[in-house]
Every structure is written in structure tokens, then in C-alpha cells.
Design a protein around this ligand. Structure first.
Ligand SMILES: Nc1ncnc2c1ncn2[C@@H]1O[C@H](COP(=O)(O)OP(=O)(O)OP(=O)(O)O)[C@@H](O)[C@H]1O
Ligand SMILES: [Mg+2]
Length: 239
């Protein structure tokens, strides 16, 4: 099946039932989208689900750079959630954890610094596999690995490089609480989804999502409850 294409004017689905409609139809291709949230709020799962959905529905190829956890742990959870690495997923989703990235760095020059080698590796994958989707999980870990002292400079360089790839890119970032000040990355990104666990009454917590930014789209900024059932995400009105 043909790849969804990275130069088209189409959209990429959020793969969350009901959410595309709330962002004006989907995520414009070529966007850089931040999935920002508190711990355990399905950031990695939502990003993986976008790649899994696009692979099966559009034949899109996606790269998942996994810097925070092992491939075994991510894929194990995705399988239990109903997104197995079946033949289509294996063919279209390239998951690389730190171990794999380090091994690939030998090929792209160990004399170079980590960031230069990582960029060369990703560019190689994007071109060779004609990938239209990229996930970086996560931005804070990439920042640490880059050893760049100047955060602004690191982010400007990173965003410029991502734009040159022409992929629709999902950057996972962390927040201790959604009340924290916005960082440079919120301003640089084309779209921002916030994910959180919010108290419901005195004893319960509810996972929630809202889109606070999607350049070029008439999106809703309301908070929705994020549910996961039978292998897919969906939004329902927040309690
Ligand atoms: N089989 C499952 N079905 C549904 N939810 C699950 C399942 N297994 C784990 N979870 C939930 O998924 C959460 C973790 O999901 P995920 O790793 O996508 O979140 P995250 O936001 O990326 O987390 P982190 O902050 O650790 O990176 C766990 O906190 C757990 O509550
Ligand atoms: Mg995660």
C-alpha cells in the first residue's frame, strides 16, 4: 500500500475516537506535535497508537525513537492493550531503543557526538524507509543525551532539523503538573496535546486530554476524559 505521503496536504489521525473532529479533522501532515503530560497518562501509548493506526489504515511508515524505556517493555504493554506487532506493524513501525541506536551509531561514525550520529541514523531511516511519521520519546531524555548546555539553542536546532525531515513528528515531553509554565517547546511546536490524571471526587483519578494548540486548525480546547477500551482510545466528556 502506498505511504500516506509526507508532502501532501492531508491529515494524520490522532487514533483517538472522537478526537480528530475536535481538532478540526486531524493533525496537518508535517506538523510537530507535543504530547505533554504528567507520568503514566498514556503519552507513549497514544504515540504508538498513532503509528499503529496509520500503518494499518494508510500504510504509513513510522519511526519510534524510544529513549526512556526498553523496546520489550513498550511493545509488551502495547500488545496487552490490543496493539500487537503483527506483520503490518513489523513492516511499518521501526522501533529503536537506546541499545539499537548505539549499535547503529557504529555505522554512522563513533567519532561523532551522540546527536550528530542520531540525526544521521534517523535521516537514513526516513529516506530509506520513506517514513512519514516520527516519535521522539522523550524530549527531556534527548536533551540530556545531547549534553547541550544551552536549552534554547538545543531546541531551536532540534526543531529546525525536524522540519527538514518533512515528517509529522510527535515529541513526548513531561510536566509535573499542567500548571507549570510553558517551555520554549510549547511555542515552537505546531500542536500541543496535554495529558493529565485529574482527581474525581476524593478517591478517584481520571485520565484527561485537551488540545491547547493546533496551528491552522479550528480546534476545541475543552478537556475530555481519555478512555482506553478494546484496543483503542476514545474521548468522552470529562466528569
Ligand atoms: N494493559 C493495559 N491496558 C490499559 N492500560 C494499561 C495497561 N497496562 C498499563 N496500563 C496503564 O498505562 C499507563 C502507562 O502508559 P504509558 O506508558 O503509555 O504512559 P506514559 O504517559 O508514557 O508514562 P511515563 O510517564 O511512564 O512515560 C500505566 O500507568 C497503566 O496505568
Ligand atoms: Mg512514556
Amino acid at each position: 500500500m502506498a505511504d500516506a505521503g509526507k508532502k501532501g496536504n492531508g491529515v494524520v489521525s490522532t487514533a483517538v475516537m472522537g478526537l480528530d473532529e475536535e481538532v478540526g479533522g486531524g493533525i496537518p501532515e508535517g506538523s510537530i506535535v507535543l504530547l505533554s503530560g504528567t507520568p503514566g497518562t498514556y503519552k507513549s501509548s497514544m504515540a504508538f497508537s498513532i503509528l499503529h493506526d496509520a500503518a494499518h489504515k494508510k500504510g504509513s511508515v513510522g519511526i519510534f525513537l524510544l529513549l526512556e524505556q526498553s523496546m520489550k517493555s513498550l511493545l509488551g504493554q502495547q500488545e496487552r492493550m490490543g496493539r500487537p506487532m503483527d506483520a503490518t506493524a513489523k513492516d511499518h513501525i521501526i522501533v529503536s531503543d537506546v541499545g539499537r541506536i548505539r549499535a547503529a551509531m557504529d555505522k554512522f561514525g563513533t567519532d561523532k557526538d551522540w546527536m550528530t550520529a542520531l540525526k544521521a541514523y534517523v535521516e537514513y531511516l526516513v529516506n530509506k524507509r520513506e517514513a512519514s511519521l516520527l516519535v521522539i520519546d522523550s524530549l527531556p531524555v534527548l536533551e540530556i543525551l545531547s549534553q547541550e548546555k544551552n536549552r534554547r539553542e538545543f531546541l531551536f536546532d532540534l526543531f529546525e532539523w525536524i522540519r527538514s525531515l518533512n515528517t509529522t513528528t510527535f515529541l513526548i515531553s513531561e510536566k509535573k503538573s499542567l500548571d507549570m509554565d510553558y517551555g520554549e517547546e510549547e511555542f515552537l511546536s505546531d500542536g500541543v496535546f496535554q495529558l493529565t490524571l485529574s482527581p474525581v471526587g476524593e478517591v478517584d483519578l481520571q485520565r484527561r486530554i485537551r488540545c491547547i494548540k493546533m496551528r491552522g486548525m479550528p480546534h476545541n480546547t475543552s478537556m475530555f476524559a481519555l478512555d482506553h477500551k478494546d484496543g483503542s482510545f476514545r474521548i468522552v466528556p470529562a466528569i
